[in-house]
Design a protein around this ligand. Sequence first.
Ligand code: B3K
Ligand code: ZN
Length: 875
Amino acid sequence: GQVFKLEDYRPNDYLIPQTNLTFRLSPEATVVTATLTVQRRDGVAAAAPLVLDGDGLTLKRVKIDGKKAKPADLLVTPDQLTILKPPARRFQLLIETELAPAGNEALMGLYRSSNVYCTQCEAEGFRRITYFLDRPDILSVYTVRIEALREEAPLLLSNGNPGDKGDMGDGWHYAVWHDPFPKPSYLFALVAGNLGEVADSFVTMSGRKVELGIYVERGKEKLAGYAMDALKRSMRWDEEAFGREYDLDVFNIVAVSDFNMGAMENKGLNIFNDKYVLADEETATDADFANIEAIIAHEYFHNWTGNRITCRDWFQLCLKEGLTVFRDHEFSADQRSRAVKRIAEVRTLRAHQFPEDQGPLAHPVRPRRYREINNFYTATVYEKGSEVVRMIRTILGADAFRGGMDLYFERHDGEAATIEDFIKVFEDASGRDLSQFALWYHQAGTPNLTVSSTHNAAAQEFTLEIEQSVPPTPSESRKRLMHIPLAFGLIGAGGKPVAFSSVEGASVENGVIHLRKRRHMVRFSGVTERPAVSLNRGFSAPVTLSVEQRADDQFFLARHDSDAFSRWQAFNTLLTDALIAAFREFLGGKQPVFATRLTELAGSIAGDETLEPAYRALALSLPGDADIAREIGKNIDPDAIHAGRQALALAIATANAEAFSGLYHRLANEAAFSPDAASAGRRALRNTLLDYLSLLPGGAALAAKHFQSATNMTDRAAALAVLAHRHHASPEANKALAAFEKTYSSDPLVMDKWFQIQASVPGPQTVETVRALTRHPAFSMANPNRVRSLIGTFSSANQTGFHRADGDGYRFFAQTVLEVEKRNPQVAARLATALRSWRSLEPGRQAKAREALLSIANAENLSADLRDIVERTLA
Ligand code: B3K
Ligand code: ZN
């Protein structure tokens, strides 16, 4: 396939200042009439042909300035329309295409989801609707007329503000929408169908009233209340935190059940995967509520970071995504607990971005090459992209950062911008030089810091020796030195900060060491007692640390670090070290033994009433099998890792049986359900304790009771997972699974949880369960949520099941990926990334994983999406 390169960017010869679209909707034969105002860019030669993108289109007719185009003046293929000699002056180009939305299973362009017409255009779906300059730097003002049978589609929505509407006779009706803000084609959207509405309104900071609508499957209106509340909070927050006001008269959200990702920020008409809209206590978990809040916010925040200021080309994707993730993280931190949110973010980054950055699919936050852009909506672009923005704020301070953001909106509103533009506003606002820092956008790989320390009591000097290195990544063997802002603290007896009089060897500002060279000897003077060092506080930089740290210091920090993130980190490091040691014991045929002070510390964290329950729950949830594998790095045997993890869980449970049980019972159900963070935190702690207690005698009965007495989905699903995972195939587990299935068989989103829980049962037997579940009536290979819940969970969240030693997990996986691909290449390509870390497996599994990857690579008619992932993974 073609390789697209950043350095090849040049603006198109033509502009399309206005786009008028008419849709005459029908499932098998929708007619789209596009009338484009086309204008040659200044300075372009008159003879330049106009080359429009298409993707599998059927062209009906073309008119130029009202006259039928002559066949000799056109070049037509399903994937391109060339106007060989366009008029020299501004002209009207009419293009009529015919589509069959009902047969569109790739869910890109115009398609049908449960009889609702909807669209997905990012990144390159608009070209499946009409021929166009389908690239983000072509900004156009859209007017859209939708015609449909009123009975089939009483609701007709598009971007912008509503205009004229009315009857057309014969049961047809129409509606016109006009969006005054020029936008790229990827932000176009249309929805038509018969949906229920939840209406509300919002008064903006300047006093304008905005009508808000959330549209859902009829009968589910009462499940949209939390999403509406999250939307209004997001609108207010963006005014307060960034001074950003909403700009249209209406803001609509539509929930659909067939969607390739989480949601889409189309201007004024966000389209959501219904999983991220619909929720009540009976059907959604606390994690679902938190996701809904974050994703509603994320898509809303795109209105400024993405829509008003968009991307020049797809290489700049992080310009909107990394920045908008940063904004939604900050929003959630303000709505909930900042410390807990930060820990959760870092866990996610390590679980998803680190393996990407450390494997064959590594790429810079701003890539320079791609073959299929859909494969670059990655954890690196999103999550690492957000961390890079966070580092800019750390370096500049909150005020100069806000000044830079204000300048960004002022300078680039209405433009398609680049990462260089973004960095420049912060340089201009702060007077700082960010050229070395900018490498975070351009260089792939997770930097590592090696740190050691010495205290010279006589000289009252404390020295940190820090060395940075960035490991090689595909096509980048030599790395340049980065600017790494490393937040730190020196901590003395009782957890008090240790004073120092001066520092040499690096610039240190506001508790942050600025590393710019390969090696720094950072010397603190006037340090009378030997401090414990708390490093990378708040996770100020997305790096790995190799620290020579005494275990005593680590225990001390886990009890006393005043930075909540670092305190969590210290305990998590102790757990990880113990788990790696246990893995080695199992490999050597021995039983691991765990230090009493570690299991005791777990008990004291659990019972520490000065800590938020949500924080305690996070601290007590052991690093997962995949986290441990990532830390070990090579020669992975998932069975030995899992055995070590089980042993530590049992040791902690045994050592703290009474305390855990007492606390578990004290946290018993609250009278009324509330999805707020504090209540969710108490449920999380109680469910974490249940997981431990389930390992002790009577554990299955306790979990069964928890399941039966649950009054909300958080507790019910947690108990079901404990039964299925810790007491696999027990009568209690079987009974609970059957009861859950019976109660929720007609609720697909809840059945997804049932699929997920079973797909993540550890052990070699699970591949058989998953195979059988693909034939369950509630499962469908055509629905992305079902596929991700069953196949995605199995392949990316079940180390012992998927990596079964005989390779059967991989064989099943390869077959399934190819089956999904026939319908939906994008979802198949995403699934296929589950094998990206195959080279870190032990040799036997590695060979079998490679065979499975080759069997995909050698399949006939492979889509560009899947070919790109598999070939890079094998390279
Ligand atoms: N911008 C969309 C993602 C589109 C993915 C296209 N393959 C959702 C988001 O990040 O807000
Ligand atoms: Zn986004």
